[in-house]
Ligand binder design. Structure first.
Ligand code: UT7
Length: 337
């Protein structure tokens, strides 16, 4: 048995904001943002859009690629919905997964969220595929969705320019193809790691049970992300290379066996540094950060969808997905297409 990705989808909010647009309201420039991050523009959710709205549209896009005429009919066959998000509609419940389970009328599906920040989609893929492998369930929807611009500190130019909003989705299916040996298919290896000791370097510190908003308190700042950019940068380069090397070693592969790496899109310079460390060409990595910036849990499924739709991926190709983020979390997986 194998767990294969049978469909992909994505959704980007309509409003596109360029670096020049940002430079009109904060002390920054297109030149600084591009040269330090590779970002050229980002999409920002409309005021009336919440994370579940983005997640629902990405899910529908993936279901449409299975059945363009009747995507809703495909939703009825879902056994499981897992949403990776660090910026849910509500802090607490209901989960984003439950909200879209209702919208999709996926009556037979269990639904829950996973919170592993920007690594969330890699964690969710592993969780969903393990659940498909071990149970009666056959089909899962896995979504990465975030609206980080709503919890961005717009007074801090070093973080505000980095983020955008998006959602990406995949449909996983348990098939009869082998997951090991000749002809293997699907998700063949996954590594998940965390370094909780680095939690303070990237966090959203208010609003939870540790520091709840109190009755009568004057809130002069919206709840927002704090980040020690340099510390996260250094962690990220090491996390990327460690995970890539461990995945290759575990499967007895070299980078030559990998068709493309679909990495978390946080900063183009992190990818360049990882490529240099591993002595591999930068074009091994599929990049779209220039257009979308860092969309957190959505970067990997959005990039995977874009890459899959280029037509470059053929059955049997091996791809690698690698991520890192708040927690600190990191991880990656290998998929035989
Ligand atoms: O998925 C989430 C994970 N997060 C990340 O991946 C972030 C990882 N870290 C980074 O990508 C980089 O650390 C940043 C892009 C956030 C910052 O780049 P940096 O090269 O580490 O810049 P810096 O923070 O050391 O700042 C250098 C200079 C400072 O000015 P001075 O003190 O040298 O005069 C900053 O004030 O750049 C200034 N600066 C800016 N200037 C124009 C910081 N942000 C901006 C800005 N526009 N937006």
């Amino acid at each position: 048995m194998a767990i294969e990705i049978v469909a992909t989808g994505r959704y980007l909010p309509a409003r596109r904001v360029t670096n020049d647009d940002l430079a009109k309201t904060m002390d920054t420039s297109d030149e600084w943002i591009r040269s330090h991050t590779g970002i050229g523009s980002r999409h920002i959710a409309a005021d009336d859009e919440a994370t579940s709205d983005l997640a629902y549209k990405a899910a529908l896009d993936a279901l449409k690629s299975l059945n363009p005429e009747n995507p809703e009919a495909e939703a009825a066959s879902l056994d499981l919905i897992v949403v990776a998000t660090g910026s849910p509609d509500y802090y607490g419940f209901p989960s984003v997964a439950c909200i879209i389970q209702d919208k999709l009328k996926a009556e037979n599906a269990g639904a829950f969220d996973i919170q592993a920040a920007c690594t969330g989609f890699v964690y969710a893929l592993d969780a969903a595929s393990s659940m498909l492998m071990n149970g009666d369930r056959k089909r899962a929807l896995v979504v990465g969705a975030d609206i980080l611009t709503r919890i961005t500190n717009w007074d801090d130019r070093a973080t505000a320019v980095l983020f955008g909003d998006a959602a990406g989705a995949v449909i996983l299916e348990r098939t009869d193809a082998p997951s090991r040996g000749i002809g293997k298919r699907g998700l063949i290896r996954s590594i998940l790691r965390a370094q909780g000791s680095g939690a303070q370097e990237l966090k959203c510190a208010r609003g939870g049970t540790r520091a709840p908003f109190k009755k009568g308190e004057v809130i002069d700042q919206p709840i927002h992300i704090y980040m020690n950019g340099r510390a996260v940068y250094n962690f990220a380069v090491k996390a990327f290379t460690d995970i890539m090397e461990q995945l290759l070693e575990a499967e007895g592969l070299t980078m030559n066996d990998i068709k493309k790496v679909v990495p978390h899109q946080a900063n183009e310079r992190i990818i360049q540094a990882a490529a240099k460390r591993m002595n591999i060409p930068e074009d091994k990595f599929f990049m779209n950060i220039e257009r979308y910036a860092n969309t957190s849990g959505a970067t990997i499924p959005v990039a995977l969808d874009e890459y899959a739709r280029t037509g470059d991926l053929e059955k049997g190709d091996i791809i690698m997905m690698v991520g890192f983020g708040g927690g600190l979390t990191y991880g990656g997986c290998l998929v035989v297409w």
